[in-house]
Design a protein around this ligand. Structure first.
Ligand SMILES: [Zn+2]
Length: 375
């Protein structure tokens, strides 16, 4: 029932609409027009745009009323993000000679991440409509700013959504693959403030901020902390002439964890070592902690996983539930009380110039979405 040519053409059309993060307006308008013309209720999520003022649009939500025997079942959300990474403007998609892949001309990314997900949703809607298939009420959610810390999914106006279960079409792999867990993510930035003095003339009256930082680092547990938790220092900046005891050192590090408790414990440990070192030398510590992702790890009996696994069983797909330390829109949706998992869309090598759409996988993954909403 999937119309291969139409699905691929929609994908080709979508990747040629520029939508680098914060400039998603043209794709938003394309979707608003497409679904409005079909007579559906289309909502522009103004709240999300207020919360993400850097973007030139908000999230887009489309409501598809339920049909037939499944019309009164629980609402399902299908989700994909509208933005792409750079270089993502002026994409010229090409099909490889063997007909297996769609690639860019090599000067830009392709944008299968996540136009493949959007194209799947467009195709699924078309198939439902053409064949008058029974399905539960559906909500399509198209988000902004996913590539910039999942901004749109965190900012979504939940008053506009009925659904409590979502399938985020934004992964790689074939049918059966789902991402069912993601991390807590903390950014820790700060400054050690010591005291400047002439290194040769008055070394005793100075406090070396770099020495304090070194003391703190040498006492920190770093890199792989346990099965779930990692920590990395990305930046330590201190740049003075050698005859000056360096007053200020700034730093940035991250802690991420699939386990809330372990992540918090590690975060406390980092702050404690920084503070201990500052105290030891009489320096001051300033820091800021920003949590941009929230851990989720759905148990196997979670309704969204149950639903997915049952579909896999019916169609002999090998279910694979993966846990990933990177962020996806699921973090934002989970934060907003919506149970979600990521399903494969069909792209590969996202964020790279050799990004490509694996045509067969893209179509098979579209078929699995159709099964999910019609059974
Ligand atoms: Zn993506």
């Amino acid at each position: 029932m999937i119309n291969k040519e139409r699905a691929i053409n929609k994908f080709l059309e979508l990747v040629q609409i520029d939508s680098v993060s914060f400039n998603e307006r043209d794709v938003a308008e394309y979707l608003i027009n497409h679904f409005s013309e079909l007579g559906y209720e289309v909502l522009e999520d103004k709240i999300s745009n207020e919360r993400v003022p850097l973007s030139n649009t908000g999230n887009v939500i489309v409501k598809i009323p339920g049909k037939g025997a499944l019309a009164t079942e629980e609402t399902l959300i299908l989700e994909a993000h509208m933005d792409t990474v750079e270089p993502g403007n002026g994409v010229k998609p090409l099909m490889t000679e063997d007909g297996k892949y769609i690639v860019s001309d090599g000067s830009t990314i392709l944008g299968a991440d996540d136009k493949a997900g959007i194209a799947q949703i467009l195709e699924v809607e078309a198939v439902l409509r053409e064949n008058d298939l029974a399905h539960p009420p559906l909500e399509f959610l198209f988000t902004i700013g996913e590539e910039v810390a999942i901004l749109g999914a965190f900012a979504v106006d939940t008053n506009l959504l009925q659904g409590k279960i979502a399938f985020v079409l934004d992964g790689s792999g074939g049918p059966g693959t789902a991402i069912i867990g993601g991390p807590d993510y903390y950014d820790i930035t700060g400054q050690i403030i010591g005291k400047a003095a002439h290194a040769g003339v008055a070394p005793d009256s100075g406090i070396s901020s770099i020495q304090v930082m070194a003391e703190a680092i040498s006492n920190m547990k770093l890199l792989k902390i346990d099965e779930n938790t990692t920590t990395n220092i990305g930046k330590v900046i201190c740049d003075y002439p050698t005859n000056v005891i360096p007053e200020s050192t700034t730093f940035a590090l991250e802690v991420r964890s699939l386990d809330q408790e372990s992540g918090k414990k590690q975060l406390d440990h980092i702050v404690e070592e920084l503070q201990n070192a500052a105290n030891k030398f009489g320096a001051k510590l300033k820091y800021d902690i920003n949590q941009s992702l929230y851990a989720y790890h759905h148990s196997e009996d979670n309704p969204v996983i149950q639903r997915y696994k049952q579909m896999c069983e019916r169609h002999n797909l090998e279910y694979q539930g993966l846990v990933m330390r990177g962020g996806t829109d699921v973090s934002g949706l989970t934060f907003n009380g919506i149970d979600a998992i990521v399903l494969a869309a069909g792209g590969e090598y996202g964020h790279e110039l050799q990004e490509r759409l694996i045509i067969d996988e893209f179509l098979e993954n579209t078929q699995q979405v159709l099964w999910l909403v019609t059974e």
